[in-house]
Design a protein around this ligand. Structure first.
Ligand SMILES: [Zn+2]
Length: 259
């Protein structure tokens, strides 16, 4: 790259932190727009955005991150493309950080030329890990099933959201939806329908969003994961996940009565 090449610069460090400019966005311009200390840093090209190359640099888990901001800040600010690309950069970085040695033979691994992969001297190759998750809005007439999760629970103002969980080996997505909802809430569902998906780079999930209809059962909360669960109507909603999340999109879509 030349000193005058226009690009977007994704500088990562710590745990899911990103360097942002004074406008709260991923820096864009020539390399001169970055702190002087990064002038000779080994950036790698990983994507493209509106004709501009996107370069990535991981300063490491122990880096000085005083100038950096949480990745989530881009999402909360409504910067959809910035969040998607910074999330992709973080997933690639997480992969690099966690695949320094080969899982098959234990030898050191290094980046493979030409693709995002790690390879050892035996030729064993690893690719970025992606963990499929389902996330589902369960509807009962005009109401929707929402739960307060034990993780990040705030007793004074709990956030409620839709149910979600990881796909298990050998399971299809519809089975996963039915199993997760039953395990966490005691509810049986039918008519499972795919809506949309969202990569979720904390650290490497792919959220696949569904709606489903209530079939039978009484709510019985699974204590390990949930504090409370209930059916809510649009006129008495608790605090919901932020805009920009697929959870919020599923909730709003369901309450609007869309299929
Ligand atoms: Zn190996």
């Amino acid at each position: 790259m030349s000193l005058t090449e226009q690009a977007r610069w994704f500088v990562l460090g710590g745990d899911h932190l990103v360097l942002l400019d004074q406008q709260g966005q991923v820096p864009q311009g020539s390399k001169g727009c970055l702190p002087a200390a990064l002038a000779d840093a080994p950036f790698e090209r990983f994507d493209e955005w509106q004709g501009l190359p996107c370069y990535l640099l991981d300063l490491g888990a122990e880096a000085d991150t005083t100038m950096m901001a949480p990745l989530r800040q881009l999402m909360v600010a409504g910067d959809e493309e910035g969040f998607r690309l910074a999330g992709r950069a973080w997933q690639l970085t997480t992969f690099r950080r966690t695949h320094r040695f080969c899982g098959e033979c234990g030898a050191p691994m290094s980046p493979k030329a030409g693709e995002w992969a790690q390879v050892c001297h035996h030729g064993h190759t690893a690719y970025p890990r992606i963990s499929p998750c389902i996330i589902v809005a369960v509807r009962k007439g005009p109401e929707i099933l929402l739960a307060a999760h034990r993780r990040h629970y705030q007793a004074d103002d709990p956030m409620y959201t839709v149910l979600a969980g990881f796909v298990e080996a050998g399971e299809n997505l519809e089975q996963c939806v039915a199993r997760e909802v039953f395990e966490e809430s005691g509810i049986r569902v039918r008519n499972v329908r795919y809506v949309a998906s969202q990569p979720w780079p904390f650290p490497h999930s792919l959220m696949m969003g569904f709606t489903a209809d209530y079939e039978s059962g009484e709510i019985k909360v699974q204590d390990d994961e949930l504090v409370a669960a209930d059916f809510f109507a649009a006129d008495r909603l608790p605090r919901l996940p932020p805009h920009g999340t697929i959870a919020r999109r599923l909730i709003e879509r369901s309450l609007a009565g869309e299929a």
